[in-house]
Design a protein around this ligand. Structure first.
Ligand SMILES: NC(=O)C1=CN([C@@H]2O[C@H](COP(=O)(O)OP(=O)(O)OC[C@H]3O[C@@H](n4cnc5c(N)ncnc54)[C@H](O)[C@@H]3O)[C@@H](O)[C@H]2O)[C@H](O)CC1
Ligand SMILES: [K+]
Length: 510
């Protein structure tokens, strides 16, 4: 699914109005009625005090439409117009008139702090102050109103965007932004809903299809995508009946050190559970029995050293090599990675200490084979590319890095971002139970396995990240968030792949 900018959404708005031969106020009615339906479905006519805060643009217009429907359905509604300017939009005005026709309790105008209402924790707040039209930070008494709403701790539902949140930049440090519990957003998800610095503002997210023109949406160009089930199904390669293990690649996983053999064990388990035909490990001697006992399906080659890697078997024929988990960053391990880089032409997967070694030896960067996949968490990324000012700056730095070194970056997080040159793929599967030791080792194993099975590295990364999350979702359904450990994510990979084909399953929640 494409992620669109505010400009593209406004353009979609205009084109839809023309092509569908409707007025903008009819489109507003359609969109806001869908918002009302969602609220009505959940509240089921409950007698909760509902306070609706409307701006004076089209987001405010949406709020007025929602208010009208709620009132007509017998809800206890108080409407406030946050009168931050006199420039009321036409569609706001026509809905203002329509609202006045159906109730004697006319909207209360808020022109300053003296007009602020009391807000109770038990109120249900609807935030329809600013949407995608916000073009500068919220200031003055409007900012104080936003803070009052946040401090009330009342359940808050934002229409389209939490007010104060921009669609294309990070709010300043002390900016006034609604901290929503739930956001009902129109037509396409906005990038800020997935960035670590801003994702919490939206709360639970639901995207509502308001019927904007399909042709425009299909044709509009975007370099940012939310990975959904259709995307990954299109990437998935079915296994052939007439095949054997040699058809599914030989993955070599290099890493581990004394006390950290579990990492490679997890990576190899994940690679096998994701369907690699053969899996070998290159490890220090001390891990030999651990791996042979823990994972009889894998083959083991040992380094001359007992406790850490010092070398790499340059003549070993694997379809893909993964390096780094548990490897340490000592001089000898640096030498091991150097030998691997000198001997490889095909894409590698580099994780954990592999990344740390590269960060401390930047000359290795130009030795990375084209389309290698690097899987940093934010700390590893910082060591690799330096500090960033905010999430948007970070994305730019990663895109520049990806272009310069011709590599794919899988930036791990609550929403993992896979960045390939100028393109960004945002993952939407997974859950907080996956924030656990070894979860990243498992992900490397999944991506490695897929590359070994002849997936393009970018496809392996996007598909791998998605099914890794799905596997975590399956594990947490069974065990609860706290109960999930990395081995469970590895073990459920097959179920996750099967799950992709269950047609009754919808996309996971945002
Ligand atoms: N395309 C769709 O999906 C549809 C969107 N709808 C809704 O329309 C809003 C966008 O409306 P717009 O009038 O363009 O902007 P806002 O209501 O977000 O903002 C109003 C207005 O306020 C001015 N402004 C901006 N920042 C500030 C500020 N900090 N202080 C004071 N004033 C400010 C600016 O001039 C804005 O124009 C979208 O989010 C949806 O909710 C349609 O209803 C249906 C189709
Ligand atoms: K809003």
């Amino acid at each position: 699914m494409k992620i669109l900018s505010a400009e593209q959404l406004s353009e979609a708005d205009k084109i839809s109005i023309e092509k569908q031969k409707i007025t903008s106020v009819e489109l507003m009615e359609r969109a806001a009625t869908l918002v009302f339906n969602e609220i009505h479905k959940r509240l089921q006519a409950a007698p909760i005090p509902i306070k609706i805060f409307c701006g004076i643009g089209n987001n405010g217009g949406d709020g007025l439409v929602v208010a009208r429907h709620l009132i007509q359905h017998g809800y206890q509604v108080t409407v406030f117009v946050v009168n931050y300017s006199d420039k009321r939009s036409d569609d706001f005005l026509s809905n203002y008139e329509r609202l006045k026709e159906i109730t004697n309790d006319w909207p209360h105008l808020i022109k300053g702090e003296a007009d602020f209402p009391m807000i109770d924790t038990g109120d249900f707040l609807i935030d329809a102050m600013f949407g995608i039209g916000l073009n500068r930070p919220i200031e003055g008494w409007v900012a104080r109103l936003v803070n009052l709403m946040n401090e009330s701790r009342a359940f808050t539902l934002s229409v389209d965007m939490p007010s104060g949140l921009f669609s294309d930049k990070t709010p300043g440090k002390d900016a006034a932004v609604i901290k929503a519990d739930y956001t009902l957003s129109f037509q396409a998800p906005k990038l800020v809903f997935f960035l670590p610095g801003t994702m919490d503002y939206a709360g639970d997210l639901q995207i509502i299809d308001i019927g904007l023109d399909r042709e425009f949406l299909a044709g509009v160009s975007s370099k940012i995508f939310l990975t959904d089930r259709d995307t990954v199904l299109a990437l998935y390669k079915h296994r052939k009946k007439n095949s054997h293990k040699g058809d599914y690649g030989h993955a070599l996983i290099a890493g581990g050190s004394y006390g950290k053999m579990g990492s490679v064990l997890l990576t190899a388990t994940a690679a096998l559970r994701t369907g690699t035909g053969l899996c070998s490990l290159y490890i220090p001697k001390c891990g030999y029995e651990i791996i042979q006992t823990g994972l009889p399906e894998a083959m083991v080659i040992t380094d001359p050293e007992n406790e850490l890697l010092s070398d790499f078997p340059a003549d070993f024929e694997a379809d893909v090599v993964c390096f780094g988990m548990g490897a340490g960053t000592q001089e000898k391990s640096v030498n091991a990675l150097k030998k691997l880089l000198e001997s490889s032409n095909s894409p590698l997967v580099i994780d954990a200490d592999g990344l740390n070694i590269i960060s401390a030896n930047k000359e290795f960067l130009s030795m990375l084979p084209e389309n290698s996949v690097l899987t940093p968490h934010p700390g590893e990324l910082k060591r690799l590319i330096g500090e960033w000012k905010d999430d948007f700056h970070k994305l730019q730095l990663v895109k520049d890095f990806s272009k310069k070194y011709k590599v794919i970056i899988v930036l791990k997080g609550a929403h993992t971002f896979t960045i390939n040159r100028d393109e960004i793929f945002i993952n939407n599967s997974g859950n907080p139970g996956m924030a656990t030791a070894g979860s990243g080792d498992v992900l490397s194993g999944v991506i490695t396995s897929l590359i070994g099975q002849a997936y393009e590295p970018i496809s392996a990364a996007v598909l791998g990240v998605f099914i890794h999350g799905l596997s975590g979702d399956i594990a947490s359904e069974d065990l609860g968030y706290e109960g999930v450990i990395a081995g469970d994510i590895a073990r459920n990979m097959g179920r996750a792949i099967k799950e992709l084909f269950r047609s009754e399953i919808k996309d996971p929640e945002y």
